[in-house]
Design a protein around this ligand. Structure first.
Ligand SMILES: *Cc1c(COP(=O)(O)O)cnc(C)c1O
Length: 398
């Protein structure tokens, strides 16, 4: 008999946390961990940020939920702010990243439909992508390990190798509706798509009447030192999914669109019960208050530079453990020469939390509010962990 009443879907670490303070998590035994996993890039402002606690508590005493049968003024306000600070004109709020992607994919199909191209429903995606765990988003991600045993793959997704524009060009056909890409792959191993590739995808979309969809569920909302990762390339999409960081730990997501791309989404064609509820909107607005404050994102970039440079030095010191450091801003990947799970375990032993990713990478995703002393502490712990795994160091210890 199984000991747990929970689905066995997660390989959980044997740790349970009682509370969090900024960049720190405190377990039920009172031990303090530096949290560079950030709930997988979700805790953008760390734990128990006073502004988020205040926003949520205040809203909790007023109104939790009314449904989208009625006006929700804070939805307007959050949407307006996302629009002011992005390529978008329109926003649809969801509860998760996968739902934001579902909305983006449906919006692209509806766009083609109302433009007189009902035959265009296919979306081109890239190897190593991760877009969520719904039936459509596992088809979009195209990873065999997530598709296996779940029946026929949802129709309408075609995959090409990572960042391969020539393959995209060859694949575009009369049924193609959209191209979907993460500007920086997260689960795939912190792989940045070069700006020239995004530029070429934009051109191909414009030439062929396709919509360009970005998945910024992981890389969006300040993680790269820009509000949105695509700003680095200057290449705007037609649709974009965000989630994780915008809620700072409250479950929420959003699909952003240009007016044109959203033109098929009329009353009744799509919906959600919980999406955009007052609790989520209060938190989302409070996250933006902090992230959009003067100088906040510049500070993220500065701190990120420190973390990255020092990590690269440690990587040079232990070439038999670390192959290279990659990533942008506070979305960093450590490519390992040993199995990434071993490095993650050693980091946990040193009380520094991280997350694994594809391509034998360990991700470091600290809160955007991480301080310089905390970064130095994390680097010390990282060095200790790397040293414990390095063969020369281990031999010298004998
Ligand atoms: C996490 C993630 C998703 C899925 O988000 P959920 O909230 O788990 O549904 C989609 N795309 C990317 C890039 C992600 O990192």
């Amino acid at each position: 008999m199984s000991a747990s009443p929970l689905f066995e879907t997660f390989a959980r670490a044997p740790l349970a946390f009682e509370r969090g303070e900024g960049s720190w998590l405190i377990d039920t035994e009172g031990r303090r961990y530096l949290d560079f996993a950030g709930g997988i890039a979700v805790n953008s402002l760390g734990h128990s940020h006073p502004a988020l606690v205040a926003a949520l508590s205040e809203q909790a005493g007023k109104l939790w939920h009314v449904s989208n049968l009625y006006e929700i003024p804070d939805q307007h306000r959050l949407a307006e702010r996302l629009v002011e600070n992005s390529f978008a004109d329109k926003v649809f709020f969801t509860n998760s990243g996968a739902e934001a992607l579902e909305c983006a994919i449906k919006t692209a199909r509806r766009y083609q439909y109302v433009k007189g191209h009902p035959e265009r429903f296919r979306t081109i995606t890239f190897e190593g992508a991760f877009h969520g765990r719904t039936l459509a988003t596992i088809a979009a991600g195209g990873q065999e390990k997530y598709l296996e045993g779940f029946g026929p793959k949802v129709e309408g997704f075609d995959q090409v190798p990572f960042a391969d524009v020539e393959a995209v060009e060859k694949l575009i056909g009369p049924e193609t509706a959209a191209i979907l890409i993460e500007p920086i792959q997260g689960e795939g191993g912190i792989r940045e798509v070069p700006a020239h590739v995004l530029r070429r995808l934009r051109e191909l979309c414009d030439e062929h009447g396709l919509l360009l969809i970005y998945d910024e569920v992981q890389c969006g909302v300040g993680r790269t030192g820009k509000l949105f990762a695509y700003e680095r390339s200057g290449v705007a999409p037609d649709l974009m999914a965000i989630a994780k960081g915008i809620g700072g730990g409250f479950p929420m997501g959003a699909c952003l669109a240009t007016e044109e791309a959203a033109s098929g989404m009329k009353a009744g064609v799509h919906g959600t019960t919980f999406g955009g509820n007052p609790l989520a909107m209060a938190v989302g607005n409070a996250v933006l208050d902090v992230v959009l404050a003067d100088g906040f994102l510049d500070e993220v970039s500065q701190k990120a530079l420190l973390l990255r440079q020092r990590l690269a030095e440690i990587a040079d010191e232990f070439p038999d453990v670390v192959e290279d450091i990659r990533g942008i801003g506070l979305m960093l990947g450590v490519r390992c020469r040993i199995p990434n799970t071993r490095l993650m375990a050693a980091l946990r032993e040193a009380k520094l939390l991280s997350v694994t990713a594809g391509d034998n990478v360990v991700r470091l995703l600290p809160p955007l509010t991480v301080t310089e002393p905390e970064i130095r502490e994390a680097l010390d712990r990282f060095r200790t962990a790397a040293a414990s795994l390095s063969a020369p160091a281990a031999a010298a210890a004998q």
